[in-house]
Write a protein that binds this ligand. Structure first.
Ligand code: NAP
Ligand code: GCO
Length: 266
């Protein structure tokens, strides 16, 4: 009997008031997990709690900036006391700045690296000691197409997500002996607030050029939905993946496998 159940597990998903994190949390709740999430603003946490409640999920929400090591230590302490030992960590919180590299300030570059790469380091470092005490755990890092590919204007984001792929592999290597599995999910292009600028209708009502580009690059000929990531996340959080470690599971509709549709081949 393959065990995909998360019953009795506490899952902490960062930045999960909405978007991909929220969809992953709903999926994990449906598999039996207790959901804990954080966001950087109380009003976002409140919005998230209301959304979870509407979905029938009694989630636990906390305000915490994943780049603030002291705040993260306090978060993990409070969650462990108030909810229980953290069995599953999903490093989902992230930002992107779409700026040509030579126009980007070092401060802007650092901010993206700080949230998208240092944040998962800080969060993972905070939960691993107790996972070791508890006999194991699961860490899932939300990587990206940009863990493998580059494109104009996303240098900081690609550097962060490429680093996150290797941080994933290193955590797997260093802590696998404690029955901790650390894997990544590499979403393709997903319809969330983060990609809304890439999907905006043009003044003439036509699709955004980038929207058309992604449809041509995706064998599934559609943008992903956040819900497309829930099943892969439940798999990587469950006992069914106990021998999967250091793997980046791309959930991209086939983008990475496909050279792209030849123009005129509709
Ligand atoms: P999103 O809609 O922008 O949501 C990101 C979440 O992270 C927001 O709730 C945001 O809160 C939170 N956050 C930002 N900085 C934070 C910090 N310092 N501490 C705690 N929370 C913070 O993004 P998304 O599209 O759902 O993406 C979620 C993850 O998937 C990100 O890591 C992203 O890079 C990755 N991803 C997205 C796609 C895609 O196509 N959408 C594809 C591949 C990978 P605020 O609202 O307050 O900023
Ligand atoms: C972009 C997009 C992508 C997606 C995602 C793809 O500007 O190219 O925002 O980076 O967010 O990371 O996997």
């Amino acid at each position: 009997m393959v065990d995909f159940s998360l019953k009795g597990k506490v899952a902490l998903i960062t930045g999960a008031s909405y978007g991909i994190g929220f969809a992953i949390a709903k999926g994990m709740a449906s598999a039996g997990a207790t959901i804990v999430f954080n966001d950087i603003k109380q009003e976002l946490v409140d919005k998230g709690l209301a959304a979870y409640k509407e979905a029938g999920i009694e989630a636990h929400g906390y305000v915490c900036d994943v780049t603030d090591e002291a705040a993260v230590a306090e978060l993990v302490k409070k969650v462990t006391e108030e909810v229980g030992h953290i069995n599953i960590l999903v490093n989902n919180a992230g930002i992107i700045m779409r700026i040509p590299m030579c126009d980007m300030t070092a401060a802007q570059f650092r901010k993206v690296i700080d949230i998208d790469l240092n944040g998962p380091f800080i969060m993972s470092k905070a939960v691993i000691p107790d996972m070791i005490e508890q006999g194991g755990g699961k860490i899932i890092n939300i990587c990206s197409m940009m863990s493998e590919l580059g494109r104009e204007t996303v240098s900081a984001y690609a550097a962060a997500k490429g680093g996150l792929k290797m941080l994933t592999r290193n955590i797997a290597s260093e802590y696998g002996k404690y029955n901790i599995q650390c894997n990544g999910i590499g979403p393709g292009y997903i319809a969330t607030p983060q990609t809304a600028p890439l999907r905006e209708r043009q003044p003439d009502g036509s699709r955004h050029p980038f929207d058309q580009f992604i449809i041509a690059k995706t064998p599934a000929e559609r943008w992903g939905e956040a819900e497309d990531l829930a099943g892969p996340a439940v798999f990587l959080a469950s006992p069914a993946s106990d021998f999967v470690n250091g793997h980046i599971l791309y959930v991209d509709g086939g983008i990475l496998a496909y050279i792209g549709k030849q123009p005129g081949n509709d």
